[in-house]
Design a protein around this ligand. Structure first.
Ligand code: GDP
Length: 297
């Protein structure tokens, strides 16, 4: 389960802190050193860890904390608050236009990250909110990806617009938006092609789509299990094409959780949802406070 290993370590550190009636500065420093190690072992970005520990320490080593009746609890509370803030504090909703105006969402990500699955999961979320989403198959390199989107769309009861592999993604997206206008869809989700690694061709294709199409939201899908690689991918996509938010997949299998704790701090872009399994219902909105509670136990 997500964060198991990090959670166990932090809970042990906190148990020691709670057990102490009084805390010295040295106690706090020792505990924070252990927290630092635990975060680094969880593959949280090094700079993020450093800043995090600094923020906690500045707040925790002070008269009011040390002289309080429950100093250990106070330190734990500060760690909790700083962790919530690290992950963005508030939940970010995907901004949709009102009424029948069409919101165009472009999904991006590396092959295997879970983009096609997540696209269908997201369509299901919009549908349950009373929206009428249309999925557009813009991956023209892998017929299997189109087929996968079609099958998942069918499971979700969401129409999939496809023009096969002989058209370019921009023309497919334009035609999908026209189809949406003609048929009263109000959200169009473009499933773009992924590649195994970040490369120039992929970025150029996504940039081209954004030049030609009025994309309202660019959402990047990254695999939580790849840890700092996921964070680097997010930073690169944000630099090259500009992203509005991230969906972090496979958190159900990630015992470390470093990506979840680093992405907002490194890229400035929020995590919108997390993937918690292979089923199309396994997509959860991201709540920084609940996530911190899950980690800290
Ligand atoms: P794409 O190449 O990025 O479009 O990736 P796919 O959507 O084909 O997903 C790749 C694999 O990851 C598939 O086997 C999915 O079922 C799986 N997957 C996607 N999201 C999740 C998730 O949140 N949890 C788990 N456990 N598996 C996932």
């Amino acid at each position: 389960m997500a964060f198991d290993s990090l959670s166990d370590k932090l809970q042990n550190i906190f148990k020691n802190l709670r057990g102490k009636g009084r805390l010295t500065e040295a106690d706090v420093k020792t505990a924070l050193k252990e927290v630092k190690m635990a975060l680094l072992e969880a593959d949280v970005n090094f700079k993020v860890v450093k800043q995090f520990i600094k923020s906690v320490e500045e707040r925790a080593i002070g008269q009011d904390v040390m002289q309080s009746l429950t100093p250990g609890q106070m330190v734990i509370k500060i760690v909790n608050e700083e962790m919530v803030s690290l992950m963005g504090s508030e939940t970010t909703e995907i901004a949709l236009k009102s009424g029948n105006e069409i919101t165009v969402i472009m999904m991006a990500g590396l092959q295997g990250a879970g983009k096609t699955t997540t696209t269908a999961k997201l369509a299901g979320k919009f549908k349950s909110k009373g929206r009428k989403p249309l999925l557009a198959a813009c991956d023209i390199y892998r017929p299997a990806a189109i087929e996968q989107l079609r099958i998942n769309g069918e499971k979700q009861g969401v129409e999939v617009f496809s023009m096969g592999t002989n058209n370019n993604p921009v023309d497919i997206a334009k035609a999908a938006i026209q189809h949406a206008k003609n048929n009263n869809f109000n959200v169009v989700i473009l499933d773009t092609a992924g590649r195994l690694h970040v490369d120039e061709d992929m970025m150029a294709e996504l940039q081209h789509i954004k030049q030609e199409i009025a994309v309202d939201q660019t959402i990047l899908v990254v695999d939580s299990m790849t840890g700092q690689d996921a964070v680097n991918v997010a930073a690169t996509f944000n630099e090259k094409i500009g992203i509005d938010g991230v969906i972090l997949t496979k958190l159900d299998g990630d015992t470390r959780g470093g990506a979840a704790l680093s992405i907002k701090a490194v890229t400035g872009k929020p995590i919108l949802y997390v993937g918690m399994g292979e089923k199309l219902s396994d997509l959860e909105q991201f709540y920084p406070d609940r996530m911190a509670s899950r980690i800290l136990g």
